[in-house]
Design a protein around this ligand. Structure first.
Ligand code: GAP
Length: 509
């Protein structure tokens, strides 16, 4: 019987498997780690690369067919992480890319204002302090509230409100999430999320530069270069995959919100009158794309941003949709962001045109019209996508001797196949090795002779390897191997020379 845990229990199991099997490690672990930074191990980096490569193929090498039946034109770039700091002034990140945050004077902890919730006493309740907790984690302060409740249910005495809906006059009565005293929270302050560095040997404020907080600006900075050197015409897209850095106030939920992460972004440049049409197209295409890499449609939703949550670049235009995923930590029926699709209008190109004094308008030859294109931007997190694939894949099947397995989509699986000799003698290792040498040139394949066959299957199940091929007595007698399906554990016989085609079909569909 399957008994997949849920919520925080699932996250605990998943994080432990990911560490044990080499998917994700805390960065600088031997020095105690560094909050908000993660390293991807042998299996994790394979998984991440497979997701990245599939995105690149479907967005750049073989982009979709557009709504009117014509193949779309998208080119890729790879821009610098550090750009001229004036670019970040123009983009609005120096002035606007900040989160309001509150500090706790007692513990020195810092919280993002919009991530803190408060149990506030209801009118007439015989209770005084309010208790703050991190969104989605009310249980973390249960012990602290026990004395105040004296056995009564929390809902009876308290209502839950967002800290951002309270005023600073309420703060003296609030017990911060990680302390027992009240009144330790400071008034909210803006905190810019960009990491700073200096360029060159002399340092100093005049050499200040920023690590990019999004890959998108590198695309806008190269818009003219691409137009001048490629034969693209509006509408067209420029795509980029790469690192982004944000000094997040509260990095949390494993690799969901980290300080160094990777993005897969595409800026689609189109005529302003066609922006609505393309917005609709990209929202639908991107939602279906996540399903095509193995994400269950029941765990995905589309959510339109309310006007007060739109990013500075999306204030005008058709708005922003988020593709959200049901993360184990989102609580019950909750969802969290996986990808945003924003109508950035002509905000970025206009800003860069004004700040750089470089003409960035487009001349459309057939209509003799000159305009600054509007932009539709599907922007997803690569590392956040890895988390989604991990959450989707994790499963427990109690009928197996080692119940944990990762049910990755075959194209995403870090390892596609394993070849085993049933025993390490009687000519089986030689035949198995020959098969392995054949398969490894087509797909990532592992050869394993150590321990019992059951343990070897279990190791591959945990790594999410869809197929294992075992060379046994029958192979020597009649030339067929045992092919074992990770998902069902079912075995079938496949003739030795048909194994490469069999595996191709299973992986490529
Ligand atoms: N260029 C637009 C842009 O950067 P965003 O919504 O801030 O928009 C796009 O980021 C995606 O990048 C998000 O949907 C998320 O998947 C990912 N992302 C953003 N911040 C992240 C973080 N701190 N850690 C991991 N992924 C993050």
């Amino acid at each position: 019987m399957p008994s997949r845990p849920e919520g925080t229990a699932l996250m605990e199991k998943l994080v432990s498997l990911c560490k044990r099997r080499g998917f994700v490690f805390p960065a600088s672990e031997i020095y105690g780690g560094l909050n908000g930074f993660w390293d991807y191990g042998p299996l994790g980096s394979q998984l991440k690369n497979h997701l990245r490569d599939r995105w690149w193929r479907d967005m750049v090498e073989c982009p979709p067919i557009g709504p009117d039946g014509t193949p779309l034109d998208i080119v890729g770039i790879d821009s610098s992480i550090i750009q001229n700091p004036k670019a970040w002034v123009a983009s609005g990140h120096v002035g606007g890319f900040s989160d309001p945050m509150v500090d706790c004077r007692a513990t020195k902890s810092r919280y993002r204002l919009d991530h803190v919730m408060v149990f506030r006493p209801r009118e007439g309740a015989d209770i005084h302090p309010s208790f703050a907790f991190m969104e989605g984690r009310p249980e973390s302060i249960a012990k602290k509230m026990k004395g105040a409740l004296r056995g009564r249910p929390a809902e009876e005495l308290f209502e839950v409100v967002a800290l951002e809906d309270l005023t600073v006059d309420d703060y003296p009565m609030i017990v911060a999430p990680d302390t027992k005293e009240k009144g330790t929270l400071t008034a909210p302050k803006q905190f810019n999320l960009m990491f700073q560095t200096t360029v060159g040997a002399t340092g100093g404020p005049e050499n200040l530069a920023y690590l990019r907080p999004e890959t998108a600006q590198g695309i806008f900075l190269n818009y003219k270069n691409v137009l001048d050197t490629s034969r693209v015409k509006v509408p067209f897209g420029i795509a980029q995959v790469g690192k982004a850095f944000r000094n997040e106030v509260t990095p949390r939920n494993y690799i969901f919100r980290s300080r160094e992460f990777e993005q897969m972004e595409m800026e689609w440049f189109c005529h302003p009158d066609e922006a609505e049409k393309w917005f609709k197209f990209w929202v639908e295409y991107r939602l279906n794309w996540w399903k095509s890499v193995g994400v269950n449609s029941e765990n995905l939703v589309l959510r339109k941003h309310d006007s007060d949550e739109l990013a500075h670049y999306a204030k005008v235009g058709a708005g922003t949709y988020d593709i959200e995923y049901r993360y184990p930590f989102s609580g019950g029926d909750g969802f969290g962001e996986l990808e945003g699709i924003a109508h950035r209008s002509n905000f970025d190109l206009t800003q860069h045109q004004d700040h750089s004094r470089t003409k960035l308008s487009y001349f459309q030859a057939d209509t003799r019209e000159r305009y600054i294109p509007h932009v539709i931007e599907p922007a997803s997190g690569l590392t956040r996508g890895v988390l989604v694939l991990l959450c989707e894949a994790y499963d427990v099947d109690e009928s197996r001797p080692s119940p944990e397995l990762m049910r990755f989509h075959p194209q995403m699986a870090p390892i596609k196949a394993a070849v085993f000799p049933l025993v390490n003698k009687d000519g089986m290792p030689e035949v198995a090795e020959k098969l392995y040498m054949q398969l490894r040139t087509r797909h990532v394949t592992k050869f394993d002779v150590k321990q019992s066959i059951g343990k070897r299957y279990a190791r591959m199940d945990e790594a999410g390897t869809p197929w294992c091929f075992t060379v046994d007595k029958e192979t020597l007698e009649e030339g067929s191997v045992t092919a074992r399906d990770r998902d069902t554990g079912a075995q079938q016989r496949v003739s030795l020379d048909a194994v490469p085609r069999f595996l191709d079909d299973k992986i490529n569909g």
